[in-house]
Structures are given as C-alpha cells and as structure tokens.
Design a protein around this ligand. Structure first.
Ligand code: HEM
Length: 209
C-alpha cells in the first residue's frame, strides 16, 4: 500500500501543481502545458505514465482489500462496545473514502479527459482547450461543489495515507511522531487548497475563459 501510495501521491501532487497554471499571467499557459503533454513526441511517455498509474491504482485497491480481510479474519466477531480512542477520524474512514475517491476519478476522467459528460473543446488537433473546458465545467455550482467535496475527502485520505506510509516504511521514530503527523496534515491541507482554489476562483469570477 505504501509503495503504490507514493506513486499515486506523486501524481496527485504533480497534477495539482499543473492545474495551478490556470492562474498564470499568460492566459494560454495551461493550454500550452496540455498541448505539450499531448504532443506526438510525448505519446509514449504519456501512455507509460497512464499504465503505471492504473497498475498502482489496481495494486493499491487489492492491497486495501487484503488488509481489510486480514483485519476481519483476525477478529471475526464484532465488538460489543467499540471505542476508537487511538485512531483518528481519517484512519477510520479510509475504507469508504477510498471507493468514493475511485468513483470520483472515473467520473473526472469521463468529464475532463474523455468528454463523455460534456462536450470538450480543442484549440487544435490533440490540443485540449483546458482553460475553456475547466471554466465551463466549474461555472456550474453543482459540479464545483461535487469537486470540492471529492477533493476534501481525497485530502483526508491523503493525510492518513501519508502518515501510514511513513510508518509502514519505518521512517517514523516515536520521538518525531507528533511532528510528522502535523506535517502530514499541513501537506494534505495544502494539496486540498491547491485543487479547490480552481473551482472557487471560477465561481468567484476570478478565472474566466
Ligand atoms: C479541481 C480539481 C481538478 C481539476 C481542475 C482537474 C483538471 C483536470 C483536467 C483539465 C484534466 C484533463 C487534462 C488533459 O486532457 O490534458 C484532468 C485529467 C485527470 N485528472 Fe484531474 N483535475 C482535478 C482534480 C483531480 C484529482 C483530485 C485527481 C485524482 C485523485 C485527478 C486525476 C486526474 C486523472 C487521473 C486524469 C487523467 C489524466 C490522463 O490520463 O490523461 N484530478 N484533470
């Protein structure tokens, strides 16, 4: 889970930074970036990254299912009274935040990559008009709200995921445990703000076509 988590986290971070280009002074910056990613020279690396991501998602989910099974096999009988004192809210919600995030990603790819939810515009062949597509999507408050909720859930998942990952890899000493927990929270909040700033800015009229 930790290794596939690193791959997925790396993608999420890179994608968030890429999206922030919508705020660049050059209004076409984000479209230039998309054109670069989709350029003929980058077809092979793009599909390689997509394949690695898909493999990481499949392995991450199957590891989560194995972990859940191990837990239920270890204690087949439920607790009569369950106190969640040592675990955080984020830790207890991992098992359902994961499937909701997976459903969001499927919707999101159909929405802004495939164009199955709304027609997508292109500036030229293989050059998505990301600025237009993102702005027209987020001008609908229901779509924006849905993205904001999904990204917030992703960041709660990320917070606990980051923390567990560092523990699984043995990179946390008990002495630094509290500081690392705070660092993981701060990182997750920054990632969340980076993503939600886009729908919020569109709804506030700060980012336009
Ligand atoms: C407000 C938040 C987000 C915005 C504005 C956004 C924007 C976009 C856009 C415009 C594309 C299409 C890019 C292209 O065609 O070149 C895209 C693709 C994608 N996004 Fe997002 N995204 C957001 C959040 C997320 C999150 C939270 C995740 C993951 C958990 C994610 C995962 C993906 C994936 C997997 C693709 C498909 C990439 C590909 O294979 O071409 N996105 N996103």
């Amino acid at each position: 889970m930790a290794v596939t988590g690193i791959v997925l986290f790396g993608y999420v971070l890179g994608h968030m930074v890429g999206n922030l280009q919508i705020f660049a002074p050059d209004r076409d910056q984000i479209n230039h970036y998309a054109a670069f990613l989709h350029s003929p020279a980058n077809v092979a690396p793009l599909w390689l990254i997509r394949a690695i991501l898909l493999a990481a998602v499949v392995l991450h989910i199957s590891a989560a299912l194995q972990l859940t099974k191990l837990k239920s096999d270890a204690r087949p009988l439920g607790y009569i009274k369950k106190k969640n004192v040592p675990s955080s809210y984020a830790a207890r919600t991992m098992i359902w935040s994961g499937p909701i995030i997976a459903a969001f990603v499927i919707f999101h790819v159909l929405h802004l990559t495939v164009g199955a939810v709304m027609p997508l515009r292109e500036v030229g062949a293989n050059q998505p008009d990301v600025r237009y597509n993102v702005v027209s999507a987020f001008q609908n408050p229901a779509v924006s709200l849905f993205y904001i909720l999904a990204v917030t859930l992703l960041c709660v998942h990320l917070y606990h995921g980051l923390w567990s990952m560092l523990q699984s890899l043995g990179w946390i000493s008990p002495r630094h445990s509290q500081a690392i927990r705070k660092g993981a929270a701060a990182f997750a909040i920054l990632v969340c703000l980076g993503f939600v700033s886009v729908p919020i800015a569109v709804m506030a009229g700060l980012v336009t076509y």
